[in-house]
Design a protein around this ligand. Structure first.
Ligand SMILES: Cc1cc2nc3c(=O)[nH]c(=O)nc-3n(C[C@H](O)[C@H](O)[C@H](O)COP(=O)(O)OP(=O)(O)OC[C@H]3O[C@@H](n4cnc5c(N)ncnc54)[C@H](O)[C@@H]3O)c2cc1C
Length: 452
């Protein structure tokens, strides 16, 4: 049994020769002295772009809409153990993975989440027979690895139906595709492009979490950077051949270059007005590329009613994407916390539920298994990325009818002065922290090149 968000990608990976962050160097010449660069957004891609540019002598100002930095890397410790609103895992923490490198530099304590340490529970809340489960996984593997290749048209659901038009009615089948694929890619199974997932890649080795919080790497990256929080960028005016004017709700900034690292969801909502408007092809790709959501709910209980040594409880529900995964905090902390996840279309509903509705919805699934043993909830944290005006969803996915070109369009600079980074701009490592980091380096390199 394997569950990692990046499991499907790992087998595609042979040797990754990407540079690790510590090895990033563009020479020592300060060719950007006297130049001002505005970076919009203090997520990992924006921070990395900024720190790369200050090495070249640029005056870099980061404008961040929220009152905190890190964007989709955000840790809350109020439950006694870290709750990650956004990224939780380092996917493939091998030595080539730059996030692993940052974790090492912050002396972070990492914990391998063992996907095989799990209990599978059917619609009635009982253990699923191992033989039945093996068959389900075999079907999943055959479809994802044998049936689908980069030329496959349509969605993953189309590929499932082509394989056997009856199997989607099986709740166990819906579970496996939701927990593995919808979680992995962040979109609903009927919208994710089957062919394009084969263009994505990852790093080897089992996923890990930060026992003391993912945000440690953000704090390291943000050292010595000029970051203005509570600065909501409303417009970028690059119509003059001289300076670019970036306007927030309270102030105008003049600069030579802009790096825009805001999430795809924000671009889709046209929250920032570009003058002149972005080229049509770029606007089309912004519209077309998928941007889904994932909901997390951490329930801290007064008394523990589950085992301490099972990493994940996998619960099958009638509705696809409804709390298929529960992560057991007791395997790595003393806190009696179960963290549930929703994905696909169900996550869109869950994100919009009130806190009370969401708790009730999660508890119903747990009570289906543990019945009256499910006791008092002491404390709760939840996410609602769809409602976040500065993100508008969780992460990007290749949608049916997208092409690789769409992602190139998202990354492409405009007028050699306006540059773009963020997880959505790199199909290969889409929806990951390491992918976002690489795009920050790429955008900074483009600025350096444009200045030559
Ligand atoms: C629920 C969830 C789970 C995830 N799990 C994982 C995981 O386990 N492992 C993994 O590798 N990745 C995971 N990811 C993905 C990962 O978190 C992202 O790919 C990565 O953090 C994105 O970084 P970024 O710099 O592209 O964007 P962001 O971190 O979103 O940064 C963009 C910044 O722009 C700011 N902004 C937006 N609009 C404006 C404006 N108008 N003016 C100024 N600032 C603005 C935002 O506030 C934000 O801080 C997860 C994400 C989510 C949401």
């Amino acid at each position: 049994m394997k569950l990692s968000r990046r499991y499907a990608l790992k087998s595609l990976l042979s040797i990754i020769s990407y540079i690790s962050l510590s090895k990033v160097s563009f020479g020592n010449n300060q060719i950007l002295v006297g130049k001002t660069v505005i970076v919009i957004g203090a997520g990992i891609s924006g921070l990395v772009a900024a720190s790369t540019l200050i090495q070249k002598g640029a005056n870099v100002i980061i404008l961040e809409a929220k009152n905190y930095i890190g964007g989709r890397i955000r840790t809350d410790r109020s439950l006694g153990a870290p709750f990650e609103y956004g990224a939780g895992w380092i996917h493939g923490p091998s030595e080539d993975n730059p996030i692993r490198n940052l974790a090492d530099r912050t002396n972070s304590s990492l914990f391998v989440t063992d996907d095989d340490s799990c209990e599978l529970l059917n619609l009635s809340g009982n253990d699923i027979d191992e033989k039945v489960w093996d068959e389900i996984e075999e079907i999943w593997e055959e479809i994802i690895y044998d049936e689908i290749d980069s030329d496959t048209e349509g969605s993953i659901l189309d590929a499932i139906n082509e394989y056997d038009s009856n199997i989607w009615s099986d709740p166990n089948i819906r579970w496996v595709f939701s927990a593995y694929e919808e979680f992995n890619y962040g979109g609903p199974i009927h919208e994710i492009s089957a062919g394009l997932i084969k263009e994505m890649s990852g790093f080897p080795t089992a996923d890990v979490i930060f026992k003391d919080g993912y945000d440690k790497i953000i704090n390291l990256l943000a050292k010595n950077l000029q970051i203005q929080t509570n600065s909501i960028v409303k417009s970028v005016n690059y119509s003059s051949t001289n300076n670019i004017t970036v306007s927030t709700t309270s102030k105008n900034y003049e600069c030579d270059y802009v790096i825009c690292s805001v999430p795809l969801g924000v671009l889709k909502f046209n929250s920032i007005e570009f003058n002149p408007a972005l080229p049509r092809y770029k606007q089309d790709s912004i519209e077309n590329v998928g941007f889904g959501t994932v909901t997390k709910l951490a329930l801290k209980f007064k008394d523990q009613f589950w085992d301490s040594d099972v990493q994940y409880y996998y619960t099958v529900a009638k509705e696809t994407g409804r709390w298929p995964i529960w992560m057991n905090y007791r395997t790595f902390s003393k806190e009696k916390i179960l963290m549930g996840l929703c994905m696909g279309d169900y996550a869109k509903k869950a994100d919009l539920m009130s806190k009370e509705e969401l708790i009730e919805d999660g508890l119903k699934v747990l009570k289906n298994v543990w019945e009256d043993d499910v006791g008092e909830v002491q404390n709760v944290l939840r996410t609602s990325w769809l409602n976040d005006p500065f993100t508008k969803g969780a992460y990007s996915f290749p949608r049916v009818d997208n092409s690789e070109e769409d992602f190139e369009n998202l990354a492409e600079s405009v007028d050699n002065r306006l540059f773009f980074c963020g997880e959505h701009t790199d199909l290969k490592y889409l929806a990951t922290t390491h992918g976002a980091l690489y795009t920050g380096i790429r955008a900074a390199k483009e600025v350096i090149k444009a200045n030559k």
